[in-house]
Each structure stands twice: as structure tokens, then as C-alpha cells.
Design a protein. Structure first.
Lengths: 120, 108
């Protein structure tokens, strides 16, 4: 059974750095073809893809946010970490981590999401 | 960046009837398109990938069609649990992966 769960602060101040952790089970991020990504959703709005890390440590970022994002993995802990610098109120959203379907670009397993509010 | 446009924004359909949702890409995405269902307070759920392949456990009343720039998600006979927001997503040309703005399917 594949599960993912996001964790991190629920409230950050403007200009601070956000660090979110995705802890997963049921698969290994050392298996060829496996990838874990982050997607966010502002309240009442659409989904926005942020970043993806592959089993071989290859990384992809949204071009519009690339300068602010870093994605890393700890295979031994079954975790993927996303950091986003210089947080702004417009970054208030539910942040999801999800497993990319092998050989596809869609995401077939999602965490429950974690709401991050950016406010002073 | 490929822009995905969904229509209509809101669709009102009676239970038992057919629902047809549309998604258009700003340039060809071949068949590299997925559909998701999202209910309030829940994560998205993958319904369709490869434009027409149902994901594991998805009922046969959900079907996807199209290629290139025009795609359709059809729900053949709406059940009460199908009323939700639906998103399309392209993965042909990325980053970034891009989603449509969603179609809200509501009870008529």
C-alpha cells in the first residue's frame, strides 16, 4: 500500500523560508523510474505543479519558481524535502506531495496535503 | 508553457445523466493528458492517463478521449459521489506540468 504524508509549518512569515517534508511508504525512491513531486493549490484555486525528483536524483522545477525552490531526497528515510525561499502571502496554499506514475507524467498517489499560510 | 483551458467552468447535471467535460491545450500534447477528480477537503484522485486509460480502480462510467489539443472526459451515468471538481493536466512538454483551471460538476 502506497502512502504519502506531508509535514511542516502551518504558518510562516513573509520573507521566511518554508521547508516541507514528504514521508512515504510502499515504494522506494531508489527504484528505477520512480519520482516524487510537489503540487500546490491556493484556497479555491487550481493546482500548480512545483517540482519533481527522480530516483536517480534528477530534478525538475517550475520555471516560474525555480529560483526559490530546492527539492532533495533522503532515500534511507523515505523522505522528500521541498524548500521554498522568500515566502509571500500569495504562496498561501495547500501543498501536496505525490508519486509520479512510472513512465508517465501524471500522479497516481497523493498525500493528504498540508495548508501553509503566509502571514505576518 | 502549455496552457490548459477547461470548459465549462461549472456544469449542472442531474444524477443518472451523462456529463461531458472539455479540456483544450494551447498546443499539441499528443495523448499525454490526465484527468483528476477532487472533492472538497481531499487530494486529487487520478482518473485517466494517456488521454483514455482508466487508472486503477476507476469505474467504467468514466472515459476519456481526444488527442492533440482537444480532450473530453465523459461520465456516462452520474452517481452522487461524482459531483466534484475535475482537472486536466498535460505532461507532454514540461517543465512545467500544467493543469487546467477545473470544471465544477454540480447537481442539477
Amino acid at each position: 500500500q502506497i502512502t504519502l504524508k506531508e509535514s511542516g509549518p502551518t504558518l510562516v512569515k513573509p520573507t521566511q523560508t518554508l521547508t516541507l517534508t514528504c514521508t512515504f511508504s510502499g515504494f522506494s525512491l531508489s527504484t528505477s523510474g520512480v519520482g516524487v513531486g510537489w503540487i500546490r493549490q491556493p484556497p479555491g484555486k487550481a493546482l500548480e505543479w512545483l517540482a519533481l525528483i527522480y530516483w536517480d536524483d534528477d530534478k525538475r522545477y517550475s520555471p516560474s519558481l525555480k529560483s526559490r525552490l530546492t527539492i532533495t531526497k533522503d532515500t534511507s528515510k523515505n523522505q522528500v524535502v521541498l524548500t521554498m525561499t522568500n515566502m509571500d502571502p500569495v504562496d498561501t496554499a495547500t501543498y501536496y506531495c505525490a508519486q509520479k506514475r512510472p513512465r508517465g507524467g501524471d500522479y497516481d498517489y497523493w498525500g493528504q496535503g498540508t495548508l501553509v499560510t503566509v502571514s505576518s | 508553457e502549455i496552457v490548459m483551458t477547461q470548459s465549462p467552468a461549472t456544469l449542472s447535471v442531474s444524477p443518472g445523466e451523462r456529463a461531458t467535460l472539455s479540456c483544450r491545450a494551447s498546443q499539441s500534447v499528443s495523448s499525454n493528458l490526465a484527468w483528476y477528480q477532487q472533492k472538497p477537503g481531499q487530494a486529487p484522485r487520478l482518473l485517466i492517463y494517456g488521454a483514455s486509460t482508466r487508472a486503477t480502480g476507476i469505474p467504467a462510467r468514466f472515459s476519456g478521449s481526444g488527442s492533440g489539443t482537444e480532450f473530453t472526459l465523459t461520465i456516462s451515468s452520474l452517481q452522487s459521489e461524482d459531483f466534484a471538481v475535475y482537472y486536466c493536466q498535460q505532461y507532454n512538454n514540461w517543465p512545467p506540468l500544467t493543469f487546467g483551471q477545473g470544471t465544477r460538476l454540480e447537481i442539477k
